[in-house]
Design a protein around this ligand. Sequence first.
Ligand SMILES: [Zn+2]
Length: 55
Amino acid sequence: MKFLKKFLTEQCPTCKKTLVTPKVSSFCGGIVKSCPDGHYKKEYHPALETYIETE
Ligand SMILES: [Zn+2]
């Protein structure tokens, strides 16, 4: 299950730290994951079934 493991252990593309989930966004119930050092952020929107990434 390499795909699943990769999905669950996402890393910052800049510093390779594991992304953390600081909070659950109230917007559309989206789930935010971000680099602890603020390099990268991604937000999952269940309604859209997609990620929005911010570098
Ligand atoms: Zn980083």
